[in-house]
Design a protein around this ligand. Structure first.
Ligand code: AMP
Ligand code: ZN
Length: 455
C-alpha cells in the first residue's frame, strides 16, 4: 500500500488511520434503501459516496479483497401503507422498486455491492438474535406480543450519538409507552394483524423492527466484527445507535464495526427537499432531463461527503461543460492508476472536492494521461457512452466471454452446453437477451457477484 488511508470515524469523532481487520477481506456494510418509492437524489448521495470508498478500497487492497454489503429493507410499515393505499400487493411493490433502484444506480455508474441482502430472507436470523438478547436479559417480551431492547442494560448506549440517556430521552417519540420500561427502549419484534405481513415466532405472529434487520444481516454475511459501517447522517440516532446495542450485546460484547462513516444531507437550491415544497427530485427525473451520469457524479462529489450538499442546477450545467472539455482529451479510460495528487486527496478522508481540483490542475498542466486515469477511477465517462458498468470491468469481460462460448455452442448445435451457460449466468443474476444476430445482457435484481466470480 502506498500510504495510509485516513477516515473520519463518527464513533471516535476524529480522523483515524484505517487499519483493516483482515487485509485479505476488508468488510463494509452500508444501510440501503427502503423499497416503496423511486430513489430521490438524497438517497443517491450515500450510494455514490460509498461507491467511491468501495473503489478506493479495491484500488488499495485489491479487487477480490473487499466485501461490500448494502441491504434492501423490504419489510417496513411504509411499504405496508403503500400496499394498502394502492391496492397493489407488497411483493409487487418491493420488486418493482428494487428494479427501479438498480436501473437508476446502474445508470449513475455505481458498482453493485457484493451482497444485497433483503430483510425478508433473514427473518430467522433476526429471530435467533432476538431470542439471544431476551435470554441474556438485554431484551424483554411484553404481553401484547412485542419484544423491546432495554437500553439501560447497555452501558454504552448513546456513545455514537455522544449523548447521555437523559438527553436522548428528551427528543424521543413516545409510542407503546404502556408496555415499555423506558421510552427509549426500542422494538425488536412487533405483532402483525392478519392483514399485515407476519412470520411465526416465539412471541406469536409478527414482524421484526427495522434496526434488528441490519444487525442480523451484517452478522450473517460479514461476521460479528467488520471494518466499516456507513449511511446518511440521519441514521446515527436511533438506527445506528440501536444496531450497535443489539449487535454488541448479542455478540459477547465484541466491538461491532470499527469505523462509522456518515454522509451529510442533500438540499436543493438551499431548501430542504420535500414534496410540499415541490422540489422533490428523483434520480429518474434527472435521467429524464438528460443529464449525464458523469455530471451527476461530478456534482455529487464536488462537496466533501461530510458537508451538507446544496444541489444547484447551475453547477450541474458547469459540470457537464467541464466533462466535455476533459473528454476531448480522452484516450483510453480503462486504465485505473491514480495520479499521486488525486490519490493523496482521497486518502485524506475521501476528499473528493480536492481530487476534482487536482484534476483541473492536471488539465491545466496538460497532463492528459493522468487526467484520464483519474476520470476512469471516478467513473467519469463521455455522455451517451454505455461504459458505465454496474459490475467491474473484469467481471463484465467474463460475462461477454461466457456469452461468446454459449453462442459458439449454439452454432455447433451443442444446445445442452449453450443452455447450461445461460442457466448458470441466470443463476448468478445475468439475463441474456437475444435479438436477431445480437446478444445483450442485463443484470437481474438478484445479482450474485460471488456466484458470477465462480463461473
Ligand atoms: P431510506 O430509504 O430513507 O432508508 O434512505 C436510504 C439512505 O439515504 C440512507 O442512508 C439515508 O441516510 C440516505 N438519505 C436519505 N435522504 C437523504 C438526503 N436528503 N441527503 C443525503 N442522504 C439521504
Ligand atoms: Zn441499517
Amino acid at each position: 500500500m502506498k500510504t495510509s488511508l485516513f477516515l473520519y470515524n463518527s464513533f471516535s469523532r476524529i480522523k483515524e488511520v484505517f487499519k483493516p481487520l483482515d487485509k485479505k477481506n476488508i468488510r463494509m456494510y452500508v444501510c440501503g434503501p427502503t423499497v416503496y418509492d423511486r430513489a430521490h437524489i438524497g438517497n443517491a448521495r450515500p450510494v455514490l459516496v460509498f461507491d467511491i470508498l468501495f473503489r478506493l478500497l479495491r484500488y488499495l487492497y485489491g479487487e477480490d479483497n473487499v466485501t461490500y454489503v448494502r441491504n434492501i429493507t423490504d419489510i417496513d410499515d411504509k411499504i405496508n401503507a403503500k400496499a394498502l393505499q394502492s391496492g397493489v400487493n407488497i411483493e409487487s411493490i418491493t420488486e418493482e422498486t428494487i428494479e427501479w433502484f438498480h436501473k437508476d444506480m446502474d445508470f449513475l455508474g455505481a458498482l453493485r455491492p457484493n451482497y444485497e441482502p433483503r430483510a425478508t430472507a433473514y427473518v430467522s436470523q433476526m429471530i435467533e438474535m432476538i431470542t439471544k438478547l431476551t435470554s441474556l436479559s438485554f431484551a424483554y417480551p411484553t404481553e401484547d406480543g412485542h419484544v423491546f431492547f432495554e437500553v439501560e442494560r447497555f452501558a454504552d448506549y448513546g456513545r455514537l450519538s455522544n449523548k447521555k440517556l437523559g438527553e436522548l430521552n428528551e427528543g424521543v417519540r413516545i409510542e407503546n409507552e404502556d408496555s415499555k420500561r423506558n421510552p427509549l427502549d426500542f422494538v425488536l419484534w412487533k405483532p402483525s394483524t392478519n392483514e399485515e405481513p407476519g412470520w411465526d415466532s416465539p412471541w406469536g405472529k409478527g414482524r421484526p423492527g427495522w434496526h434488528i434487520e441490519c444487525s442480523a444481516m451484517a452478522k450473517d454475511i460479514l461476521g460479528e466484527q467488520f471494518d466499516i459501517h456507513g449511511g446518511g447522517i440521519d441514521l446515527i440516532f436511533p438506527h445506528h445507535e440501536n444496531e450497535i446495542a443489539q449487535s454488541t450485546c448479542s455478540n459477547d460484547m465484541k466491538k461491532f464495526a470499527n469505523f462509522w462513516l456518515h454522509n451529510g444531507f442533500l438540499k436543493i437550491e438551499g431548501e430542504k427537499m420535500s414534496k410540499s415544497l415541490n422540489n422533490f427530485l428523483t434520480v429518474f427525473d434527472l435521467i429524464k432531463r438528460d443529464f449525464s451520469a458523469s455530471a451527476i457524479r461530478y456534482n455529487m462529489l464536488s462537496t466533501h461527503y461530510r458537508q451538507p450538499l446544496d444541489w444547484k442546477f447551475e453547477r450541474l450545467a458547469e459540470a457537464e461543460k467541464t466533462l466535455i472539455k476533459w473528454n476531448n482529451k480522452k484516450e483510453s479510460r480503462n486504465e485505473v492508476d491514480l495520479p499521486k495528487q488525486v490519490l493523496n486527496a482521497l486518502l485524506d478522508d475521501i476528499n473528493t472536492p480536492l481530487s476534482i481540483y487536482e484534476m483541473h490542475q492536471l488539465y491545466k498542466n496538460e497532463k492528459f494521461a493522468d487526467l484520464n486515469k483519474a476520470c476512469a477511477f471516478f467513473g467519469f465517462v463521455p455522455k451517451g457512452r454505455k461504459d458505465h458498468l454496474p459490475i467491474s470491468p473484469e467481471l463484465s469481460k467474463k460475462v461477454n466471454n461466457l456469452i461468446k462460448d454459449r453462442n459458439n455452442a449454439r452454432l455447433s448445435k451443442n444446445f445442452l452446453l449453450a443452455d447450461k451457460i445461460r442457466e448458470d449466468l441466470l443463476g448468478a443474476g445475468i439475463i441474456i437477451k437475444d435479438s436477431g444476430q445480437e446478444t445483450t445482457w442485463e443484470l437481474s435484481t438478484n445479482l450474485e457477484i460471488k456466484k458470477l466470480k465462480e463461473l
